[in-house]
Design a binder for this molecule. Structure first.
Ligand code: C2O
Ligand code: CU
Length: 439
């Protein structure tokens, strides 16, 4: 990525509309929207959104509460909503052709589920997602802890990139094969949608909920003007806190950060490129908080997680293959079969594996390609294992670098048919997906 590829950077705050969950279903309307993605004064961009905006409204509930959402599809083509990272009933997972029928243009679907885990999640279209998500069909979904951590501000920061034309429209070519065979559709403009807040002061303690909603771009993120720790990844609290330095978010990954504002002027998010830092967004700082007592940042309360049964774990291997400069490509498998798992491109009638409910599996993810991939499993979280076999973070999406491999351990305890795919959505479109079944 070259810094000059980008048009300009901006720090404009996005309006995050809020809707309250009530006993009656909340309406979530997918529709065409105009969004001010480029800085004020530049043209607005015709996109897709929910309830009039992209990102869509913040869906927020307490842990254990029920979401009752009436999804109305007004985008003029089929769609469906996936609640990314939520360990919910299979029938509510929002995958057309697998867990429900596509919601046709003008149609609707009622999603009803109990939110089991507190944390930072998001929702997005799961139909032709490489295009619908690229056009903005996503929003944040926040589940609050029974006792939230003591912070002065709780802020959502959604990071995205867009491929813009000179007149401010999104470039088309969402199924460009060259993109799909490489890193996917990378934008020429990036920024963070930062939820506007009350005045942030120096000395305030903030919780930042970072969500990478880009279809294909991996964002390393550098924070300035704050000092703190990463307290959760992909919605799940860490057992030991991580340093802020070296934070990398693959598409769909989230990081919760608790930090103290140390700057007197601004806190900023940037991503390092070969040509320097590219500013993604800024939170202005004014005044200081003189009443907050300094205190250690502590871990969040863990969600309820089944412990893996390693003695009886089954072992599987999932090898990522294909893409530019691969044997698969050279042999002329040029259709949509650019990428594959274990030699198979796209979905088959039978699952990759059928698990007994509650079974533990250790899966070796082998990246035999020249590109990194962010592998996402629906309906479950899994432990990343360290090279020494130690149990790492509990995630729903794991980034495996080109030529590397990673073991994960998952307790398959949620019955149903679940997708397992690369969350670089251009790769998913071009075959990098499979499914598992839990019976
Ligand atoms: Cu974020 Cu298959 O989804
Ligand atoms: Cu991929």
């Amino acid at each position: 990525m070259n810094r000059r590829d980008f048009l300009i950077t901006t720090s404009a705050a996005t309006l995050f509309p809020r809707i309250a969950l009530a006993s009656a279903p909340v309406e979530l309307v997918a529709q065409l929207v105009n969004a001010q993605i480029l800085p004020e004064g530049e043209p607005a961009t015709p996109m897709l959104g929910f309830n009039g905006s992209t990102p869509g409204p913040v869906l927020r509930a307490r842990q254990g509460e029920v979401f009752d959402i009436r999804f109305l599809n007004q985008i003029g083509e089929g769609s469906a909503v996936h609640w990314h990272g939520l360990r919910i009933d299979n029938a509510m997972d929002g995958v057309p052709g697998m867990t429900q029928d596509v919601v046709n243009a003008g149609g609707e679907f009622e999603y009803r589920f109990r939110a089991p885990d507190a944390g930072t999640f998001w929702y997005h279209s799961h139909n032709r997602s490489w295009e619908q998500v690229a056009k903005g069909l996503y929003g944040p979904l926040i589940i609050e802890e029974p006792t939230p951590p003591d912070v002065d501000h709780d802020l959502i920061v959604m990071i995205d990139d867009w491929r813009m034309t000179e007149n401010g429209t999104l470039a088309d070519g969402f199924e460009n094969m060259h993109d799909q065979a490489h890193q996917g559709r990378l934008g020429n403009f990036a920024r963070a949608h930062v939820e506007p807040v009350r005045q942030v002061r120096r000395g305030d303690r903030v919780r930042l909920r970072l969500i990478n909603v880009a279809t294909d771009r991996i964002f390393p993120v550098e924070l300035e003007g704050v000092e703190g720790k990463v307290v959760a990844l992909d919605g799940m609290p860490l057992e030991s806190l991580q340093e802020l330095s070296g934070l990398i978010l693959a598409p769909a990954q989230r990081a919760d950060i608790i930090a103290d504002v140390t700057s007197a002027t601004s806190a900023s998010f940037a991503f390092p490129t070969r040509d320097g830092l590219y500013l993604l967004g800024e939170i202005p700082v004014e005044g200081s908080n003189i009443t907050r007592q300094p205190s250690e940042i502590s871990t969040l309360t863990q969600n309820e997680v089944a412990s893996p049964d390693m003695d009886n774990a089954i072992s599987l291997t999932l090898t990522m293959e294909g893409g530019a400069m691969s044997r698969r490509m050279m042999q002329g498998m040029m259709d949509w079969n650019i990428w594959a798992f274990n030699g198979q491109s796209g979905l088959t009638d039978t699952p990759l594996h059928r698990f007994e409910r509650g079974q533990t599996a250790r899966i070796r993810l082998v990246n035999d390609t020249r590109f990194p991939h962010g592998i996402h499993l629906h309906g479950h979280h899994f432990f990343e294992l360290g090279l020494d076999g130690s149990q790492g973070a509990f995630r729903d999406t794991t980034l495996v670098d080109a030529g590397k491999s990673r073991d994960i351990v998952c307790v398959f305890d949620n019955p149903g048919r679940w997708l397992l795919h690369c969350h670089m959505l251009g790769h998913q479109a071009a075959g990098m997906k499979t499914w598992v079944e839990v019976v």
